[in-house]
Design a protein. Structure first.
Length: 254
């Protein structure tokens, strides 16, 4: 187990966005959280990634050197360090995860500098290597993110997150809003990188095809609750809950 969420609850006013959700994820495993808009999946992701404090429940993470820690018992500085080292967060909109006023290379190099790297040559070489790994032209590393297309910005955001070799990456609708051809290439990239690096990842998506391609297991959410979970192929090929059956019939079948 690398992360365990237990009985997570989060309400906004009288609306329960997340109601008693529990799950765990293991090293190298990709978990998809699926559901329609308003199902609570993004709120759950923000809670387990420490970006939003739940009203109840705990989130435990197995650190590299100090064993299992309750992330909400950590100090603010400890959580920030965790977010820069063992964790990554890929936003739906790359503009939220990039610094648009600095170059592509600087966006990747910043996470290295946050960990104490100061050698300009090493930072630049590492940034160049990671731009290549996400299939971007390293010759464009001095250009602003504003010069790139949406798909290229998303690749840049992925490079920025993975340069520090995190053990767990949170992804919130990482391919949403992209053209179909761009989306397909980005999904292939994500699949190859998670396998190559042995990453654990939690991916929020409304697209069941994305879940099938990337995830080993999945949770299906409806109105803040998990209504079904299991191995991805098992859930999609033989859905048990009426809501999952409706999702599968409306999305996967022509």
């Amino acid at each position: 187990m690398i992360l365990q969420a237990s009985h997570i609850e989060k309400s906004f006013g009288h609306r329960a966005a997340v109601a008693g959700v529990s799950f765990e994820i293991h090293e190298g495993e990709v978990l998809a959280v699926v559901g329609e808009s308003g199902s609570g999946k993004s709120t759950l992701l923000n809670c387990v990634s420490g970006r939003l404090r739940p009203d109840a429940g705990t989130v435990s993470f197995r650190t590299r050197h100090e064993g299992v820690k309750d992330i909400f018992a950590l100090g603010e500085a400890e959580r920030r360090l965790l977010a820069r080292t063992d964790w990554g967060f890929v936003h739906q909109s790359p503009e939220q995860g990039l610094r648009m006023e600095v170059s592509a290379g600087a966006n990747v190099g910043e996470r290295l500098m946050a960990l104490g790297e100061r050698h300009y040559g090493r930072i630049r070489a590492c940034a160049s290597d990671w731009l290549s790994r996400v299939e971007m032209d390293p010759a464009r590393m001095d250009e602003s993110p504003r010069a790139f297309s949406g798909g290229m910005r998303q690749r840049l955001q992925i490079a920025r997150n993975l340069v520090t070799r995190p053990r767990l990456v949170f992804m919130d609708e990482p391919t949403s809003g992209l053209d179909v051809s761009v989306q397909a290439k980005l999904l292939d990239l994500l699949r190859s990188l998670t396998r190559e690096l042995g990453l654990a990842a939690i991916i929020v998506t409304h697209d069941l095809a994305v879940a099938r391609l990337l995830a080993h297991r999945m949770l299906v959410m409806k109105e803040g609750r998990v209504v079904e979970q299991g191995l991805t192929d098992q859930v999609l090929d033989d859905p048990q809950h009426p809501y999952t059956q409706l999702l599968v019939s409306s999305v996967l079948q022509p």
